[in-house]
Every structure is written in structure tokens, then in C-alpha cells.
Design a protein around this ligand. Structure first.
Ligand code: NAD
Length: 250
């Protein structure tokens, strides 16, 4: 029987790439994403490539909407083999910004992931795997990114906490912290703009380039595989060496 991978934010960007990579490996794809136009576009792409995909155009800040999706999946006897909490929003939250901005960032990046696990747990069976897409901003910052850093740091902590709670059920939980990933070519077609990267942008990385969504997708494939059966509670940094490179002004 085909396995199922549920991906939040799977319509565009890194999530769209993850959805396509899992589909290529024979998984049925379930996308939860707030952007219906983008959902339809990525679903069409997956179907044209021979895969199976359904989407639910919901806001993961909405607990009732998540409960509704899980009820529909239960009625169809869907078992989730891989749950990828990828949906995220990055907004600056300077100290004089309204608290509503803080709430949006925390509730999307952190609370949303918790709600997916809380209400999706009954659909996850022994041997399944949860992957939370955090960020290198969990451990390093520019000014004014307080809520995003806190949400991603929280997600890394939530990961080890869930790994301990769910280990007894045979479910592994890991985080991936991407660094700079260029998603410009992975937006819905009505919103796609290529980005011109500078030489200094590339050279900030030990590998001499920024990341691609496929770099993160490949790590998701590995972490969800039996080859990663002894890995849980981990945070895999995928940043081309950006966070270990010391930069001095010359
Ligand atoms: P993106 O904006 O290209 O895609 C995010 C997707 O999530 C979109 O399709 C969007 O519609 C969806 N989404 C946003 N809010 C939602 C909500 N409330 N409910 C449901 N869906 C929602 O972003 P991306 O760059 O692909 O980022 C994906 C994840 O990777 C995010 O968690 C982000 O924080 C993380 N990340 C990205 C980078 C990067 O450089 N791109 C680096 C580190 C971490």
C-alpha cells in the first residue's frame, strides 16, 4: 500500500519541493496550505508527473480547521507515514510592533506544528516520522526578528520534547534547520520573481552557494527513511556551512 506524506505549507517554496520529492518516491501527498491557488498548481504538477495529491486550503493557525482535516482523513482510513511541519511565515517584530504580529508568527511557525501533532497523532502509526522545519535563526539573529527566532527556537525544543513523548509509540521526531534557501523559483506562477544573488551572498557559505529547496527535501527523505532509524530528537542544520563560517571585515 502506498505510504502517505502530509506537508504543511506544501504548495510553494521548500514545501512544494518536499511534496514533489516524496511523490516521486511513491507517497500519496496531502498538502495543507492557506494559498488555494498555489495548492492547485502544485497538485496539478504532481498529478501530471504521475503522483497522487490532495490538498486542504486551510490556515494552520485555525485549530478547528486542523481537526476537520484529521476527521476527513480518518473517514478515509488514511494513515500518515510522514508528517512534515513546514508552513511558516517570517515577519520582523521590532519591539514597537503590535503584539498581533508576534502572535501571527508564533501561532503559524510553532503553535501550528504543535496542533498538527496533537490532532494528527491518531493518524500516525509506529514507524512513522515527524519532521519540523525550523531555521538557523533558532540560534543566530539579525536585529528585530524576535518572534521568528523564538518560534524556531521553540520548534527545535518542541522537537526533542515530542521525540521523548512519542518514542514509546515508535514515532521519530526530528527538526531540520535550513539556512538561506532561495525559493524564488518555487513560488506560484502569479508571484514568481527570480532573485539576483551577489557574489558576497554566495561566499558567505562554505560551499559557495545558497541553498535550494531540493537540499531540504533530500534531508527529509533521509530522516524519514529506515536509514535514519536511530535518529530522533535531532536538529539537522542544512546551511552550506553559513553558521560555522567566521566573517571578519577586512
Ligand atoms: P514560502 O513562503 O515559499 O512557503 C511557505 C508556504 O507556507 C506557502 O505556500 C504559504 O502559503 C504557506 N503558509 C504560510 N502560512 C500558512 C498558514 N497559516 N497556514 C497554512 N499555510 C501557510 O516559504 P519557504 O521559504 O519555503 O519556507 C518554508 C519553511 O522553511 C518555513 O517554515 C520557513 O520558516 C523555513 N525556512 C525557510 C528558509 C529560507 O531561506 N527560505 C530558511 C530557514 C527556514
Amino acid at each position: 500500500m502506498a505510504r502517505t506524506c502530509l506537508i504543511t505549507g506544501g504548495a510553494q517554496g521548500i514545501g512544494a519541493s518536499i511534496a514533489r520529492e516524496f511523490s516521486l518516491r511513491g507517497y500519496n501527498i496531502v498538502i495543507l496550505d492557506i494559498d488555494e491557488e498555489a495548492c492547485q498548481e502544485n497538485k496539478d504538477y504532481i498529478l501530471q508527473a504521475g503522483g497522487n495529491c490532495v490538498y486542504y486550503a486551510i490556515d494552520i493557525k485555525d485549530e478547528q480547521a486542523i481537526i476537520g482535516v484529521m476527521q476527513e482523513l480518518a473517514e478515509s482510513d488514511v494513515i500518515i507515514d510522514v508528517l512534515i511541519n513546514n508552513a511558516g511565515i517570517s515577519l520582523q517584530t521590532p519591539l514597537d510592533s503590535p503584539i498581533s504580529t508576534w502572535d501571527i508568527v508564533i501561532n503559524t511557525n510553532l503553535r501550528g506544528a504543535y496542533l498538527l501533532v496533537k490532532h494528527g497523532l491518531a493518524r500516525l502509526k509506529p514507524g512513522s516520522s515527524i519532521i519540523n522545519i525550523a531555521s538557523t535563526r533558532a540560534t543566530m539573529s539579525e536585529p528585530d526578528w524576535h518572534a521568528y527566532a523564538a518560534a524556531k527556537g521553540g520548534l527545535v525544543s518542541l522537537t526533542h520534547s515530542l521525540a521523548i513523548s512519542l518514542g514509546v509509540k515508535g514515532i521519530r521526531v526530528n527538526a531540520i534547520s535550513p539556512g538561506w534557501v532561495d525559493v524564488s523559483e518555487w513560488q506560484k506562477s502569479s508571484n514568481r520573481q527570480s532573485v539576483k544573488l551577489r557574489e558576497c551572498d554566495l561566499m558567505q557559505h562554505a560551499v559557495g552557494r545558497v541553498g535550494k529547496p531540493e537540499d531540504v527535501a533530500a534531508a527529509c527523505i533521509f530522516l524519514s527513511s529506515d536509514d535514519a532509524g536511530f535518529i530522533t530528537g535531532a536538529n539537522l542544520v542544512i546551511d552550506g556551512g553559513m553558521t560555522v563560517k567566521m566573517i571578519y571585515e577586512k
